[in-house]
Design a protein around this ligand. Sequence first.
Ligand SMILES: [Zn+2]
Length: 241
Amino acid sequence: MIFRIDDIGASTKRFEQYSKKKWANFWFLKKISPFKAWGPYKELTAEEWGKILPIFEKNNIKPIIAITASWVEKDSSLTPFPKKFPKEAAFLKKSFLENKIEIANHGLTHCVIGRHLPLFNASNRYFHREFWPDLDSSLHEEHIKKSQSILENYFEKPISIFVPSGNVWSIKTYQALKNTNIKKIISGKYMLDAEEKMSGIEFIDDHKNFISFHDRELKLFGIKWLERKIEESKKHELFQI
Ligand SMILES: [Zn+2]
């Protein structure tokens, strides 16, 4: 089983706000329990990572940490991950260079810039996906190029895995990825708008052999939840043999 944690550094945790109950998407209701289905929640700290990573290590698991390269601010400006969360970034860099974790590209923004803020009486979930097929190929190109450059410059190591937000990506995303170090796309879905075969980039369906979750579960449910999750995965593997 491969463990993958998404949404590190993504402002989606702050701005994606919706409720599964349609009527509760009104104003602040979607922000509070028991109505809220997603955000807001806080970014994991370096101290929290310091407790999380040893659990993976103890169990001989090298998790994939999928980072969104920029935080989208309220005014739509972008702050690169290492600048927004310097201590967390430094901790992850050290762990990456020590080969304890794998770092994946989880987009530049995770969302459509300018459409990311919570809506007064509706869900904004749709806009918390980044690589919609109807967006210009120049946008796909720019977001892939910028995100790779932020991550690779900071981590000083090639980034070879791409995880599209919400399993949404397009043939335009693939074309943009062709000129990068990306070798694998891990997603629950193939490109939405084409069936074209890829060359030089492998598609990995995360329905099989993956335990994927978000920093949200770690933030809200803590270490005990993670330990339980790892135990379950071991039982599952035993069962499969
Ligand atoms: Zn995500």
